[in-house]
Design a protein around this ligand. Structure first.
Ligand code: AMP
Ligand code: MG
Length: 486
C-alpha cells in the first residue's frame, strides 16, 4: 500500500462534503515530485515517482484507503458573501499521519469537476500548478507556515482559458484545508449543531490546547487570531503579497493557502499589488493586515452562537479578543523587521529605525530583498557601497546608516549578524524567474523548474551557483501582473 490513509474528515456528517471521483488524464507526466516531503509523510519517494505514483497523483487511479471528497464551504470574495463555493477543482484524497505525528491532508487540485464547480471545468492550467509548487515550497524553506507541494503533474491535455493551455494537477499537503470561512457555511444556514461539530473538529485536530479552556470557542478565536497575526507579519517581512485574501483563502490552521496571483515584490512600495483581478488594490501589500483582521471579524461572527447563546453577550466577549489582532500583529511585525536590521526587540524605537529604511526604499524604488541582503553584507564585510548604490548614494541614506550603526553598537556584533543572515534571504522566487519556469514547462522543458526549485531550497545561504536568481528583473523582464488562471 502506497499511502497509509487515516481519514477523519469523511467521518463528519454528510453536510460537510460531497463524495467525488477525479478525472483521469490519458498520458500525464510528472513535472516534479517532492521527495523530502514524501519521506516526511512516510511515503516511499521511489514508489511515488513510479508509474503507480503518477497514476494516483494525476487522478487516474484512486489509491487503496483513499475516500475522495470535495469540501463544502462559502466565503467572502472581495468583501461580498458568496454563499456557495466549496472545492470546485480540488478533492481531498485522504489524510495521513506524518513522521511527527501530525495529521496531513493530501489533496489533488485541478482533478476535474465536483458538485461545487458551478460553471467551471474543475481543471487547472499547468502555469498555476508550477507557480504554487515553487512559491509554496519557497515559503516553507523561508520558515513561513504554508501548505506544501507533494507533486506537480502535466496532464498532456489542454484546458480552455482565454487561450488553450496545457493542463496540470497539483498535489497539496496541509495540516487541514479548513478555511476561516468554513464555519460560515453552517452559520448562514443557522445550522448550529453542525457549526459546533465543525468547531469541535477544528479544536481537536488543530488547537487541542483550547479544549481545556473554560470558553473553548472564544479561546479558539484567540488562537486563530494569534497564528494569523504572526503569519501576516512573516509575509510582510519577506515582501510577499498573497493577492487574493478572500475568507475562503485563509486557512484556520494558520498555513498560507491558495497561491493564485501571489508574488514577492521586487521594488518596494507599500501599495504594491500584482493581481490582475484586484482592481482596487484591496489586497495590496500594505493592506494585508487590515484585510486579515476583516476576515477574522467574519470568522468571529460565525462563532458567536457557540460563544454564547445570547448574541449580545457573545459580541461582548468576542470583541476584545478580535481587538487583540492589532497588538499581536504590530508586535510581530516590529519584531520581524527589527530582526532584519539585526536587533532583537519589538521596541517601537527600533521599529522606527526599520520604518525609516522602508520609507527610503519606497522613495528610491529600492529592491526589497536586495536592500536587506546588501545591508547584511555591509555588516559582514564593512563594504557599504552595494547597499548605498540601491539609493543612489543619497545623503538621507548615509545618515540613516549612521543612525543604525550607532544603535548597533549596543548589540553583540556576531549575534546581530546572525539575526540578519537568518532573516534576510539571498534567493526568493522572483516573478520573472517563476514566469520563466512556467513558460518553459509549457514547452515541456521542466529543467528551469528544477533549477529554480533547487535555488529556493536554501534561501538564506550564499551559493554562488545560484547567483543568477538573486538579481531583480531587467526592465524587459519585469512582471507587471499575475493571474490566478482559474
Ligand atoms: P479561488 O479564487 O482559486 O480561491 O477559487 C474560488 C472558488 O472558485 C473555489 O470554490 C474554487 O473551487 C472555484 N474554482 C476556481 N477555479 C475553478 C475551476 N476551474 N473549475 C471549477 N471551480 C473553480
Ligand atoms: Mg480558494
Amino acid at each position: 500500500m502506497m499511502f497509509n490513509f487515516d481519514n477523519s474528515y469523511i467521518r463528519l456528517p454528510a453536510a460537510f462534503y460531497e463524495p467525488v471521483r477525479p478525472a483521469a488524464p490519458e498520458q500525464p507526466v510528472f513535472v516534479g515530485v517532492n521527495r523530502d516531503l514524501a519521506e516526511t509523510l512516510r511515503l516511499d519517494p521511489d514508489q511515488l515517482e513510479s508509474q503507480a505514483g503518477l497514476d494516483i497523483l494525476s487522478g487516474r487511479q484512486i489509491p487503496e484507503g483513499a475516500e475522495p471528497l470535495a469540501m463544502a464551504y462559502c466565503g467572502h470574495q472581495f468583501g461580498n458573501l458568496v454563499p456557495q463555493l466549496g472545492d470546485g477543482r480540488a478533492l481531498l484524497l485522504g489524510e495521513v499521519i506524518d513522521r511527527d505525528g501530525i495529521r496531513r491532508d493530501i489533496q489533488l487540485k485541478g482533478s476535474g469537476r465536483t458538485p461545487f464547480s458551478r460553471g467551471g471545468d474543475g481543471l487547472s492550467a499547468l502555469g498555476p500548478v508550477v507557480r504554487e509548487f515553487l512559491v509554496s515550497e519557497a515559503m516553507a524553506a523561508l520558515g513561513v507556515p504554508t501548505t506544501r507541494a507533494l507533486a506537480a503533474v502535466s496532464t498532456g491535455e489542454m484546458v480552455f482559458r482565454e487561450i488553450p493551455q496545457p493542463g496540470g494537477v497539483f498535489t497539496r499537503v496541509a495540516k487541514s484545508h479548513i478555511r476561516v470561512s468554513f464555519s460560515q457555511w453552517f452559520a448562514i444556514r443557522e445550522d448550529h449543531l453542525h457549526l459546533k461539530q465543525l468547531a469541535d473538529y477544528v479544536i481537536d485536530r488543530l488547537y487541542p490546547d483550547v479544549a481545556n479552556e473554560k470558553e473553548p470557542y472564544l479561546a479558539l478565536l484567540g488562537s486563530v487570531i494569534k497564528r494569523q497575526a504572526n503569519l501576516i507579519a512573516q509575509w510582510m517581512s519577506f515582501g510577499f503579497i498573497h493577492g487574493v485574501m478572500n475568507t475562503d483563502n485563509m486557512n484556520v490552521s494558520g498555513e498560507t493557502i491558495d497561491y493564485g496571483p501571489c508574488a514577492f515584490m521586487d521594488t518596494y512600495h507599500p501599495h504594491k499589488k500584482f493581481s490582475s483581478i484586484d482592481h482596487g488594490g484591496r489586497y495590496a501589500y500594505g493592506n494585508q493586515a487590515s484585510m486579515a483582521h476583516w476576515n477574522l471579524a467574519r470568522f468571529a461572527e460565525t462563532l458567536l452562537p457557540l460563544i454564547d447563546l445570547k448574541q449580545e453577550t457573545a459580541i461582548e466577549k468576542a470583541t476584545p479578543v478580535l481587538g487583540e489582532f492589532s497588538t499581536l500583529y504590530t508586535e510581530a511585525l516590529a519584531r520581524r523587521f527589527n530582526t532584519k536590521i539585526g536587533l532583537d526587540s519589538f521596541s517601537q524605537d527600533d521599529w522606527q529605525i526599520a520604518q525609516s529604511l522602508l520609507n527610503l526604499m519606497a522613495d528610491h524604488k529600492a529592491d526589497f530583498t536586495l536592500t536587506f541582503r546588501y545591508l547584511t553584507k555591509s555588516a559582514e564585510t564593512g563594504n557599504t557601497a552595494p547597499f548605498m548604490s540601491l539609493f543612489g548614494h543619497a545623503p538621507q541614506v548615509m545618515s540613516w546608516f549612521e543612525e543604525w550603526q550607532s544603535r548597533l553598537t549596543q548589540e553583540n556584533k556576531q549575534t546581530s549578524l546572525d539575526r540578519m543572515r537568518g532573516s534576510n534571504p539571498v534567493v526568493i522566487p522572483r516573478n520573472h524567474r517563476v514566469e520563466e519556469a512556467i513558460q518553459a514547462a509549457y514547452r515541456h522543458d521542466f529543467q528551469p523548474f528544477h533549477t529554480l526549485r533547487e535555488a529556493l531550497r536554501l534561501p538564506f545561504e550564499d551559493r554562488p551557483q545560484y547567483e543568477a536568481f538573486e538579481t531583480p528583473p531587467k526592465p524587459e523582464e519585469v512582471v507587471q501582473a499575475t493571474f490566478c488562471g482559474t
